[in-house]
Write a protein that binds this ligand. Structure first.
Ligand SMILES: CC(C)(COP(=O)(O)OP(=O)(O)OC[C@H]1O[C@@H](n2cnc3c(N)ncnc32)[C@H](O)[C@@H]1OP(=O)(O)O)[C@@H](O)C(=O)NCCC(=O)NCCS
Length: 300
């Protein structure tokens, strides 16, 4: 190796290198399994990196040899949750302790009662072993459901007393209150991040006008986050978002093993599971995943 490895907090100038390392890091383990490669250009990933660097600059780190960034990691803190968003090391540098050292620098010290969480690829033994060795163990599978619902096999409709109303993007006190109930924290900064022209947000209200859920869907295809007060609303809300927001291509929704009814209904409607599941990992339970579907695997 040419020069010494140095660890430092990331800057916006590092984000292009982080995207490159993410692409080569994933493709390096997908290729031997004959799985399709991820593309070189990932606008959604760039937006996520810019967001986590803006909200949690002290938790976004890189490792560099001279001018060349060879690894990066990013985490966010929301309430008592510390969540690892990304950890990627260039293939030539893997297995030499770089990932563990980045994590050591990013983890909260002392823990002060914090819960540690992340999402891993079930097909990746190294990351699963590394996080489990720190007590962040695999708990819940997340399946990527893709496709469009067949009109002749609709998902369940919303109950008669629940109506969907478009919500202004950007969040607000009602959403914060529901997040506190389901996640243990509010995250208005992430609702603000979801504010983009391609996205629609809906509130679900009962007969008395009370907010019983919210859900987001993008015309780019992604569905989530979704939060519902009653777990039986998860499948109807997934169905409503799939029907109402027509994507440019296929829809994609990450459903967890805790959302059995929504999973069954989506499969019955013709959506297909894509690839291996991810695994939600945590050191202690922190959220009600029967009633909450995360923003993405990289942001709770
Ligand atoms: C996952 C990744 C970030 C880890 O970084 P790294 O620098 O390669 O890892 P390190 O060398 O610091 O640590 C790996 C640890 O896992 C252990 N390990 C590796 N394979 C293992 C296995 N099959 N079973 C048990 N332990 C294993 C190693 O022994 C090492 O532990 P040690 O420090 O106690 O010796 C890196 O390999 C990578 O970028 N992989 C591709 C992308 C990826 O999967 N990222 C994570 C997305 S969730």
């Amino acid at each position: 190796m040419s020069s010494e490895l140095a660890y430092r907090p990331a800057t916006p100038d590092d984000l292009a290198a982080c995207e490159r390392i993410w692409v080569v890091g994933i493709n390096d383990y997908l290729r031997p399994m004959n799985l399709p490669a991820v593309p070189d250009d990932n606008p959604g990933l760039r937006r996520l990196h810019a967001h986590t660097l803006a909200t949690d600059p002290e938790r976004f780190w890189v490792a560099a040899r001279g001018d060349r960034v060879v690894a990066f990691g990013s985490a966010v803190e929301r309430g008592r949750l510390w969540f690892l968003s990304m950890l990627f090391v260039e293939p030539a540098e893997q297995g030499g302790g770089v990932g563990r050292e980045l994590l050591r620098r990013m983890l909260p010290r002392p823990l002060d009662g914090r819960v540690l969480g992340t999402a891993t690829d079930s097909a990746q033994p190294v990351s699963n072993a590394l996080y489990a060795s720190l007590g962040i163990g695999p708990q819940l599978p997340l399946f990527d459901l893709i496709g469009r619902p067949r009109p002749d096999r609709p998902l369940p409709a919303l109950p008669g007393d629940v109506r969907a109303v478009p919500l202004a993007l950007g969040g607000g006190p009602e959403l914060d209150a529901l997040d506190r109930e389901l996640l243990g924290f509010e995250h208005p900064q992430d609702h603000a991040f979801l504010h983009d022209p391609d996205r629609r947000a809906f509130g679900y209200r009962d007969g008395g006008g009370r907010l019983v859920g919210y859900g987001y869907a993008s015309v780019a295809g992604g569905i989530g986050p979704i939060a519902v007060r009653d777990r039986s609303l998860m499948a109807p809300v997934v169905g409503h978002l799939l029907r109402t927001v027509e994507p440019r291509g296929a829809s994609t929704v990450w459903l967890s093993g805790a959302q059995g009814e929504a999973l069954a209904a989506s499969l019955a409607a013709g959506l297909r599971i894509d690839g291996f599941p991810l695994l939600l990992c945590w050191s202690r339970p922190f959220a009600d995943f029967e009633r909450y579907l995360p923003i993405s695997p990289g942001l709770p």
